[in-house]
Design a protein around this ligand. Structure first.
Ligand code: AMP
Ligand code: MN
Ligand code: MN
Ligand code: MN
Length: 277
């Protein structure tokens, strides 16, 4: 069983890379990709360990990119995680994340929701800081009742904390993945709330840039969405990927490995991998 989209404490997941691997093994995953936001640190931390030998661990990353002003996530799979072009891009993205987090904190301060940025940065430590860390702090401070509320009121799409300008362009993200020997996958196409026309335009540009696959299954999604994305993958000649997008154990979100099989009508992305099973 394959799960090609997961997070660890190297970004906004709650499990350490080792704990994630153990959970994946327990859940019957045979091929796993750790795809932290703009970081390969979690993957590298376990890549050569014993537990990683019990399943096939694929290198992974989830890049935050910008397309026509919209934040679009691109998953990279089966690339050289130490390739200089990837390393350089990830360093720039990590720096952009820090600056963006500070910008968001400043915007919140203007709305009477002060957060001590250096204390927050200390708590986040070596992980790549993201909006979920800020959301958790807003809950802790009593500014909002829940992380969901922090997103729906302040941090989500179109709100004051939705700062995308720092990210690399879509084609630069795809190029870094392709040039380091990997496969670029358009993450969770249904999350962008785009019209069908716009989504197809995104996919055309993504393909032009060198993207080869789309996530046909992302977490617990309605079968209508899977059917729609299967059809699009076939029509546009994309390979198909799938992943839980696991961040933490939650009753309402997919666990690591909790995924239906890929539809038979699409070609699986792992056919493109150099890493042997
Ligand atoms: P960032 O990487 O800083 O852009 O933050 C994006 C991350 O926030 C996503 O990868 C999700 O893990 C998380 N996220 C997005 N929307 C929500 C939401 N409504 N509630 C909780 N977490 C969310
Ligand atoms: Mn996340
Ligand atoms: Mn994502
Ligand atoms: Mn993700």
């Amino acid at each position: 069983m394959h799960d090609l989209h997961t997070h660890t404490t190297a970004s906004d997941g709650v499990l350490s890379p080792t704990a994630l691997l153990e959970r994946a093994l327990k859940n019957g995953v045979t091929q796993l990709a750790i795809t932290d936001h703009d970081s390969v640190a979690g993957y590298l931390a376990v890549a050569d360990t014993e537990v990683a030998e019990c399943l096939t661990l694929i290198s992974g990353v989830e890049l935050s990119t910008l397309w026509r002003g919209v934040g679009v996530h691109v998953v990279g799979l089966d690339f050289d995680a130490r390739h200089p072009q990837m390393t350089a891009l990830l360093a720039a993205q990590a720096q952009a994340r820090k600056e963006r987090a500070l910008t968001i904190v400043e915007k919140l301060a203007k709305r009477n929701m002060p957060i001590d940025f250096s204390a927050l940065a200390d708590e986040v430590g070596a992980a790549n800081i993201g909006r979920p860390h800020i959301a958790a702090k807003m809950v802790e401070k009593g500014y909002v009742k829940s992380v969901n509320r922090a997103f729906s009121k302040y941090l989500g799409a179109g709100k004051i904390g939705d700062v995308n300008s720092a990210w690399c362009a879509l084609d630069a993200g795809v190029a870094a993945i392709v040039n380091s020997g990997g496969v670029a996958v358009l993450a969770h196409p249904d999350h962008y709330k785009m019209t069908r026309t716009k989504l197809l335009a995104l996919m055309t540009d993504f393909k032009e840039a060198g993207g080869q696959a789309i996530e046909v299954i992302s977490g617990r999604q309605h079968k209508n969405i899977t059917e729609k994305l299967t059809q699009i993958a076939k029509d546009k000649g994309f390979y198909a990927s799938l992943g839980s997008d696991f961040h933490r154990p939650l009753s309402y979100a997919a666990d690591v490995g909790e995924l239906p099989p890929l539809p038979a009508a699409v070609k699986p992305v792992w056919d493109l991998f150099k890493t042997v099973n």
